[in-house]
Design a protein around this ligand. Sequence first.
Ligand code: CMP
Length: 144
Amino acid sequence: MPGTRTLAIIKPDAVGSGKAGKIIALLESNGFKVRACRMLRLAQPQAGAFYEVHKERPFFAPLTAFMTSGACMPLLLEKDNAVLALRDAIGATDPKEARDGTVRKLYAESKERNAIHASDSDDNAEREIRFFFSDVDLLSAMDS
Ligand code: CMP
C-alpha cells in the first residue's frame, strides 16, 4: 500500500523571493497536512549527501551550489498516496513542461531553479524525512 508521508523542500530560489508561504498554501489546498517543517541553510557536504544519487550527473555541482546558496525549507507532508500526490501537485522538473496550477508552473524560474523538491518513492521519502527530521521533531508533530 502506498505510504502517507513524503518530503518536500522549498528551495532557495523560492524562499529567497518570498514564495514559501504561497507554496505551503497551495500544498494545503491540494489536501496535504504539514506535519513538520524547518528553515535551514544546507552546507556543501549535506547537499552532496542528500543528492548523492545524482553525483555522476553533469548537473550535480550546479545543483549542490544552488541548494547551498540560501535558506531552504524541508517539509514533512501527509496525505494518502503522498509521494505520487506531491509529484502531481508540483509538476514537471522543467516549469515550461509543468501542468497549469502546479507549484513549478506557478513559482519556478527554470529547470535548475525549480522552487521545490519532492521525494520520488516511498523508500526515498523515509530516507529524506530522516535526513531532515529527528524522532523528537516527529513525535512533537504527532501531538499537533
Ligand atoms: P529535484 O527534484 O530537486 O531533484 C534533482 C534536481 O536536479 C532537480 O529537482 C532539478 O532541479 C535539478 N536539475 C538540474 N538540471 C537538471 C537536469 N538536466 N535534469 C534533471 N534535473 C536537473
